[in-house]
Ligand binder design. Structure first.
Ligand SMILES: Nc1ncnc2c1ncn2[C@@H]1O[C@H](COP(=O)(O)OP(=O)(O)OP(=O)(O)O)[C@@H](O)[C@H]1O
Ligand SMILES: O=P(O)(O)OC[C@H]1O[C@H](OP(=O)(O)OP(=O)(O)O)[C@H](O)[C@@H]1O
Ligand SMILES: O=C(O)c1cccnc1
Length: 470
């Protein structure tokens, strides 16, 4: 594992130096949260915690210290602190794969203020990226229904880490496999793939190319049929080879179409394969697909069995940023907790102060979630028959609402930095269960209903008091 402790902005070190000198005994709590869901969806799938765990604790090597010294920015006292400090930050996090909503702390960090500040950029870099791709993958897998999606994006990812960690995040978001071998090895996720056009072009003709492929891979014969012409060349040649395979005791896998009018070509391909006696041969589609094209193709009745998706998934092309932020929520001095707030002219940007917990609220005795609740960490929120709450959305009318008969489950849990990695496929299964709990209307790809995120009156009052400077 590479040491990513230096993957942070200079200003974090500049602040840590000052905090180390001015506030050596002050502890701080920071919240990591986002305000807007990509693609105007209603939720984000949180991902990236495992890489954060793998990266911690922060530590700086003699080479790092020599680099800091060469910058002539800080004194030996701070360099010595960086070389020798004992990492003492405690993280709480919402588990990977959970659908989460704006303003909810996804990770809270409690620790000496200099150390907790140093974590800002690193945590955001990782969580913003992986959650973005997991969320995009979830949109695509919703559109595809129960048809498997293969992740094909490595070659168009924005760099190597985006390809590898993006593949992991895509699996969390519901894709079935990746073509990325490094991701497959590193995270034990299924790898899958077909062939490139170069295979067909390299042989004297398409039929020979297909035959050779079938010779090497008689039980994995997904043939790419669009190098010359799908209907007059690719499918007829594939059928010839499929018949030869069957005669030798193997059942063909199917075909992949990578260009042209996919709805029309897949319909015609299906008819040709069925007529030739191969109703089980699968049709895989690729070519700059996204959730909207998938929805449209299925709406057009295209008989597609599998999707291969690259660039628009691995870059979340239509909405390429998750703007998670990391904000100071409280400090602790001489045993006293002092909540902190960031005030802004823009109502949306006012932060929620204090040490907090997030609860998912279920209709009593069911697994139907209807809202989330942000509360102060020390407020007693257990299963309740009645609770007054306020909307946490600063843009909505601040009116007390009564909630009756619900069960509340806390979402933030302590993070064990020694915990064993969970397989991304297991996280995917967990994620599906959590998503199934949400109201159907919040899951639409277009114009989903928004899901309520409330806060307790005590938390709302704390925020209000701090805004008014009390
Ligand atoms: N029936 C369809 N409905 C909606 N979108 C489609 C349909 N058929 C193809 N598409 C999508 O339209 C786009 C077509 O891309 P493009 O215009 O580059 O055509 P192409 O067939 O890929 O061309 P080329 O032969 O150069 O590869 C792709 O994103 C593809 O997924
Ligand atoms: O379109 P995407 O969603 O990004 O899916 C991945 C694309 O990558 C490959 O094309 P490429 O032209 O790179 O190579 P090829 O010769 O294998 O088609 C593949 O055929 C897909 O079209
Ligand atoms: O295996 C495939 O078909 C594949 C892999 C990467 C990119 N495009 C296609």
């Amino acid at each position: 594992m590479r040491n990513l402790s230096l993957l942070t902005d200079l200003y974090e070190f500049s602040m840590a130096n000052g905090f180390h000198k001015d506030l050596p005994d002050t502890r701080a709590t920071f919240d990591l949260f986002f305000r807007k869901v990509p693609d105007q969806g209603s939720f984000v799938i949180t991902a990236g915690l495992q890489q954060i765990i793998d990266t911690l604790p922060l530590s700086f090597t003699p080479v790092d210290i020599a680099y800091f010294r060469s910058l002539h920015l800080w004194d030996e006292d701070f360099l010595n602190f960086l070389a020798t400090f004992k990492f003492d930050c405690h993280l709480q996090a919402i588990p990977e794969g959970t659908p989460v909503f704006p303003r909810e702390p996804l990770i809270t960090v409690e620790g000496p203020i200099a150390q907790a500040q140093l974590l800002e950029t690193l945590l955001l870099t990782i969580l913003n990226h992986e959650s973005l791709i997991a969320t995009k993958a979830r949109r695509m897998t919703f559109a595809a229904g129960d048809r498997p999606i293969m992740e094909f994006g490595a070659r168009r990812a924005q760099g190597a880490d985006s390809a590898v960690y993006g593949a992991r995040a895509a699996v969390i978001g519901g894709v079935s496999s990746t073509s990325n071998m490094l991701a497959g090895e590193k995270f034990s996720i299924p790898v899958a793939g077909t062939m490139a056009h170069s295979w067909i072009e390299a042989y004297p003709d398409e039929l020979t190319a297909f035959r050779q492929w079938a010779k090497f891979y008689p039980d994995n014969s997904a043939l790419l049929v669009d190098t010359y012409d799908v209907l007059t060349s690719g499918i007829p040649n594939a059928i010839t080879v499929f018949k030869e395979l069957r005669a030798s005791g193997h059942e063909p896998v199917g075909i992949r179409i990578d260009s042209g009018d996919i709805a029309s070509l897949s319909r015609k391909a299906r008819a040709m394969l069925d007529d030739a006696g191969f109703p089980k041969a699968k049709i895989t589609i690729s070519n700059a697909l996204d959730e909207n094209i998938i929805e449209s193709l299925l709406h057009q009745g295209a008989p597609i069995d599998n999707f291969g998706i690259g660039e628009k998934l691995i870059t979340s092309a239509s909405s390429p940023v998750l703007s998670g932020v990391y904000k100071l929520a409280a400090i602790e001095q001489d045993g006293k907790l002092i909540p902190k707030i960031k005030i802004s002219d823009s109502r949306e940007k006012v932060t929620i102060p204090g040490k907090k917990q997030v609860y998912r609220l279920y209709r009593e005795g069911t697994n139907k979630a209807f809202a989330d609740l942000i509360a102060l960490a020390d407020e007693p929120i257990t299963d309740q028959h009645h609770l007054d709450v306020l909307d946490s959305n600063p843009l909505s009318v601040s009116k007390v609402q009564p909630l009756n008969s619900f069960d509340a489950k806390p979402l933030l849990a302590p993070v064990d930095l020694d915990q064993k990695a969970v397989s991304p496929l297991d996280i995917q299964a967990f994620s599906k269960q959590r998503i199934a709990e949400l109201p159907d209307e919040t899951k639409r790809l277009t114009k989903p209903d928004s899901y309520h995120v409330y806060m307790t009156p005590q938390l709302a009052k704390l925020q209000d008091d701090l805004i008014k400077g009390k």
